[in-house]
Write a protein that binds this ligand. Structure first.
Ligand code: HSE
Length: 444
């Protein structure tokens, strides 16, 4: 059978990895796919650099639309990123009858419904294994491997940049700003790291996992997103003393009232495997009613790890090309006719309705009755305390200090109730600084 013809839009880190791995492993990939997979065209603004990567055997063009217009191209691999030109090109490729492989989580988390609908109407595949957790086949696991289950929850370290920063903060006892600069110097963080450190990248990925896990449309606009920029080294240290590590988790959970979809720093018990995922590595824990808890670990970014996911999608497409796609696995795992059915699907809950436990750090005047007032306000809101840790004033504010930190761990409570209690506690004259609140996930 004729090799399937692929056009790459963009040949940066992931594109060159895809080209190299396809070259190196072509024989095994052909045996698995049942036909060859050939990169026939590459589009990149920097055609000179593109030619250095792919040599003379591949046609290099500066205009991505030349690939879409070529009737010999079966699959377009979009590696441009972002919502702008990438969205236009993906929709044009679909309209031209091309299958699409993309690593673009931002595009799918925001415009996924429109893109998947266009693909279904045209009878082509949009595959996106590389969009979530790089080389870890988590989309395949959620879409296919766990298909027997009612998924209960998914929690993942799905942003390597922030996990690297948090690991360094813990290892070296440094604050966020210092580590971010070091991460940028080493190339672990981008010059503009906003999407990573503010949790947006993780929220894009969590949004996709949520849709696949629970059969709901992609709804990035309903995700709660909080990054790691406000985390202090002191919280990482106190969490450790209490038996926890702080990780930026993407969490999506089924509850009786609806679906939780949130990204924020979380205390995780140090004894959990996921708490020990360090550096730029990614990991995702999935809990299903039949299988129990499963863990997926690996590189969430990088040239060949991400290429591994892109090529897995190409192999799937090579096997299905020309077949009736009505019988293939739907892009979001559930049949599209069951997505977005008014009144049927579970709503994504506002953050005030989320139920979780909390770590609170409250800077107080070190005087009699302060702890009692705080615990009374928590009790009035129906919030039960799990543990309290009080630091020596000298340790917190230096010798002779009259201030100290109270650390309180709570049992599960509604976020809306916690918001109300914290507003009251913050108003006490003996509370001397903005309260730090970090959510806590036991993941058991
Ligand atoms: N910027 C992402 C990360 C990699 O740090 O994990 C691509 O999603």
């Amino acid at each position: 059978m004729k090799p399937i013809q692929v056009g790459l839009l963009g040949i940066g880190t992931v594109g060159s990895g895809t080209f190299n791995v396809l070259q190196r492993n072509q024989e095994e990939i052909r045996r698995r796919a049942g036909r060859g997979i050939e990169i026939a065209m590459v589009a990149d603004l920097d055609t000179t650099r593109a030619k250095q990567v792919v040599g003379d055997a591949v046609q290099v063009v500066g205009d991505a639309r030349a690939i879409i217009a070529n009737p010999d191209i079966d699959v377009v691999v979009e590696l441009i990123g972002g919502y702008g030109i990438a969205k236009a090109l993906v929709l044009e490729a679909i309209a031209a009858g091309k299958h699409v492989v993309t690593a673009n989580k931002a595009l799918l988390a925001v415009h996924g419904s429109e893109i998947f609908k266009a693909a279904a109407e045209k009878g082509v595949i949009v595959a996106y294994e590389a969009a979530v957790a790089g080389g870890i086949p988590i989309i395949k696991a959620l879409r296919e491997g766990l298909t027997a289950n009612q998924i209960q929850w998914v929690a993942g370290i799905i942003n390597g940049t922030t996990n690297f920063i948090l690991s360094e903060m813990r290892d070296k006892g440094l604050d966020f700003d210092v580590v971010l600069k070091e991460a940028q110097r080493l190339g672990y963080a981008e010059a503009d790291p906003t999407f990573d450190i503010e949790g947006v990248d993780a929220a894009h990925k969590a949004t996709l996992m949520s849709a696949i896990a629970f059969g709901i449309p992609v709804q990035f606009d309903k995700a709660y997103v909080e990054g790691i920029t406000k985390l202090a080294g002191a919280d990482i240290k106190y969490a450790e003393q209490l038996g926890y590590r702080i990780k930026l988790l993407g969490i999506t959970k089924r509850t009786d009232k609806g679906i939780e979809l949130r990204v924020h720093p979380s205390l995780v018990p140090s004894k959990r495997l996921i708490a020990n995922v360090e550096g730029a590595m990614n990991a995702v824990v999935v809990n299903g009613d039949a299988v129990g808890t499963t863990l997926y670990y690996g590189k969430g970014a990088g040239s060949e790890p991400t290429a591994s996911a892109v090529i897995a999608d190409l192999v799937d497409i090579a096997r299905l090309h020309g077949a009736d796609l009505a019988h293939s696995v739907p892009p979001l795992a559930f049949q599209s006719s069951t997505l977005g059915a008014a009144g049927k699907e579970l709503p994504v809950l506002p953050m005030a309705e989320v139920v979780t436990s909390y770590y609170l750090r409250i800077r107080v005047a070190d005087e009699a009755g302060v702890l009692a007032k705080i615990t009374t306000l928590l009790a009035n809101a129906g919030i039960s305390i799990d543990a309290v840790l009080q630091r020596e004033a000298d340790e917190v504010g230096g010798e002779g200090s009259t201030q100290t930190d109270l650390i309180i761990l709570t049992h599960d409570t509604r976020e809306g109730d916690m918001d109300k209690a914290l507003a009251e506690i913050q108003g006490l004259p003996t509370v001397l600084a903005p309260i730090t609140r970090i959510r806590k996930e036991e993941l058991n």
